[in-house]
Design a protein around this ligand. Sequence first.
Ligand code: NAD
Length: 511
Amino acid sequence: SQPALLPSAEDLRARAERAARACGADLAAHEGDHEGRSPVNGATISSVAWSGAADVREAVARAGEAFGTWRTVPAPARGAVVKRFAELLTEHKADLATLVSLEAGKITSEALGEVQEMIDICDYAVGLSRQLYGRTMASERPGHRLMETWHPLGVVGVVSAFNFPVAVWSWNTAVALVCGDPVVWKPSERTPLCALAANALLLRALEEGGYDAALSQVLLGGPDVGEALVADPGVALLSATGSTRMGRQVGPVVAERFGRSLLELGGNNAAVVTPSADLDLATRGIVFSAAGTAGQRCTTMRRAIVHTSVIDEVTDRVAAAYRRLPVGDPTAEGTLVGPLLDRQSYEAFTTAIEKATAAGGQVVAGGERELAGLAEDAYYVRPTVIRMPSQTEVMHTETFAPILYVVPYDDLAEAIELNNAVPQGLSSSIFTQDQSEAEIFCSPVGSDCGIVNVNIGTSGAEIGGAFGGEKETGGGRESGSDAWRAYMRRATNTVNFSGELPLAQGVTFDV
Ligand code: NAD
């Protein structure tokens, strides 16, 4: 079932250009000397110009001006723009998915899923545009009304990672726009065509509505462009998705200028498999979460904490599935595991395996590079299962590659301790048929993560819930639930209609 060949450089470049143009991206206007490589075959598929610090200042200033008007547009009218954007995304779903596959290496089904997630968040935001509710509270004073109102916040800066090259921006942007905020986006330097194409669709929706193009701007470039955006005092909310290393740099800079930040950083996600688990279901859940997206999701399962009574069977089943996984061209039908991003990712993969084996780990499946003969600069690997004697140091770090470490446990308290013992706190899950075990895992003494699942894997969240994690994952929440509040400012209003001036807490101050 292995796809035999990888597409040629010319083929990929032509496909990428066709898809970007179909979405309305003006490639000529962005032509420059920064070459973008496709992980599919390592070949150059884009040549774009990067922004400089002056461009960042100018973009934020333009967005700030556009904010002056946009905040006065009624929220449901702002929602209508997002509704149109969703229609355009639906129309160009395949084009955008092609770019996601070619620049990020995702298999077609996952790339289409990423665009579907954009459409879903737009739907959510359109509904939200009529539901930006504040509360009314009981005032302690007679003839007074106490309430809160939510107002647009200001310019939102978005810094995003390569592995969700369009969805993360849309989570932020769909919600920010209905909340009344313009967005300035610094996408990953690895995925410029995805960014130009996605933004072109939104610009079309804005233009059709007669709104300012400055409401959605893209700044291509590397970390230094991100740094300029992060430091700009005109950015009211800085939403950054990427590694914990990046978040550690970004957080203090935004805090220093009293800006607001929303950090979505690295994960190190585990599943606990208990003796009562349905092992068919657990195996499928583990394989999708651990090997899917070639292990390059923030929610990828990296650790399986398995009860000693079932650990041999679970390891065997997962390893057997891993040996069968079709690895190859992510755009070819039947492929389930695409490439790693680049050589650095491959080196991180091999280094982690070396560390794990040095600590007593035994590789039970995978570990090898694949298809190396077909394209020197493309890095495909066989997803890897390593049986570990205990949760050693390498398991405390996020290696962005498909390595699943399997460790044993004897009682649930120990499993929860292992789940929580890493510095990251994004996603977690438990496979069990025992209701009390499931409840304990979801309780205050259970998993300490932002996402806690039962009988499904750690990855593949829906947009309706708040997405994000604790500890070194950064604490931010995006997408559904009440995550919109991060994009607005709250005003508490006390309205006195009593004709008297009673002071709170019974204070008297007679003049
Ligand atoms: P990365 O940290 O290398 O880069 C992310 C983005 O930050 C890029 O746009 C980069 O240019 C920018 N950047 C880097 N340093 C910066 C700085 N000092 N100031 C401003 N911007 C800076 O991450 P990556 O390799 O693209 O993505 C993989 C990482 O992202 C993984 O750690 C993964 O877990 C994480 N991630 C987290 C989530 C989440 O929601 N928690 C989602 C996707 C990815």
